[in-house]
Write a protein that binds this ligand. Sequence first.
Ligand code: PGA
Length: 252
Amino acid sequence: MRKKYVIGNWKMNKTYEEARECVTLFKELLDGKYKDNVKIVVCPPYTALSVVAYELQNTPIECGAQNVHYMPNGAYTGEISSDMLKDLGVTFCIVGHSERRQYFNETDTAVNKKIKILLENSITPVICVGETLEQRENAKANETVQCELYKAFENIDKKQIQNCVIAYEPIWAIGTGKTSPAEEAEKMCKFIRHIIKELYDVQTSENVHILYGGSVNLTNAKDILAMPNIDGALIGGASLKKDFVDIILTQE
Ligand code: PGA
């Protein structure tokens, strides 16, 4: 039985102190309300990872990063390695977010390398895939997602992929307030599961967690998360406030 994942991506928001206050609020609101079938992850910016990881000790909430470099160490000014993340207690890391692909030239090859180094360090990669509006309008959404998945999982074996989380994030729905209708999101997540079955096997495809992301909020979360092939949500804007907890609490 797959769990539901609720992952908050804070992007470039919150100072050290704001992050501490926010995560303290989440802990207070969730106290005594955790459920075994719901996994909660908060991904603050790098500068707040240590304080968030510290505050989350001895709670079921896990701390994730938003990016990592694919080399283990070396002369890469401004970059952070998977070892450094692990050292802080980070257990998840977003990879290939469309904002990184778009603004920071994160390529499919880099995504593949990042997945590999994270898995070596027992950090769960949250791999983002999704089409632009133009690709959707030209009936190229499936092809785009399929291509991103093939490249992301090159030379990743069956055992490794079960330690990965996939997030379907249609680019046109991110931060725009335009959510994909639950049925459309379900269709794509089902298609992603089918691709995993083709690449690996039925059992692997049934085990892998596939999330939806893109303007998830308190109003639409319940319907989206009720879909059979959607195993949770990657949440940006709504994860910066109390709504994040309210979304978690919609899960039975
Ligand atoms: P959003 O962001 O919820 O603000 O649309 C989602 C994401 O980028 O992961």
